[in-house]
Design a protein around this ligand. Sequence first.
Ligand SMILES: [Zn+2]
Length: 223
Amino acid sequence: MKHQDLREEVAEVARQMISSGLVTGTSGNVSARTPEGDILITPSGVDYEIMQPEDVVLVNVDGELLDGSLKPSTETPMHTGIYRSRQQVDAVVHTHSRYATTLACLGWEIPPVHYMLTTLSGDGRIPLAPYTTYGTEELAGYAAEALGESRNACLLQNHGTITVGESPEKALSRTVVLEEMAEIYYHARLAGEPILLTPQQIEEVATKISGYGQSKPASVDAE
Ligand SMILES: [Zn+2]
């Protein structure tokens, strides 16, 4: 994809984070890997509703500024750390979405309570990366470790969410699923003791979802 198209997608997904209610103000950030292997990332402290594609900043995979008049997101080290550890990942979305962050503040991970979690993580579990100061290489390391080799989502303790994908749109759609799952799990925990799916039940769903060439895991039907 051309840089300009990718810039527009990053800016559009940042706007959608606001319009969908996943984030407010300037919290949360979006990035994408270019065909050359550099990173386009939302700028720091700019209201996403008025942000333009030209405001998206280009950095290399070590976070050094290549092009842009604005400062890159303060969370750039976390994004670049994930791109360095996961070669197949081409987009990262980070939010402080309400329910997922509520769980992260309680120190809860999400266990396999719903089959849709398999679209985010093969074992149906969304892990929690330990707390450390935002914007640090240490946080990048914790996030990369929680995501492991194949997970598409994790929680950051006392902070928020990370989702990854092959495009910013895909990573955002996974944030929407993660937030929905977090809300359901939170309410289930308040009301009682949630029933967890067994490893066999999770594996059956994972096989079913990945077994069809035309399947779109993030938009799987409710049956
Ligand atoms: Zn954050």
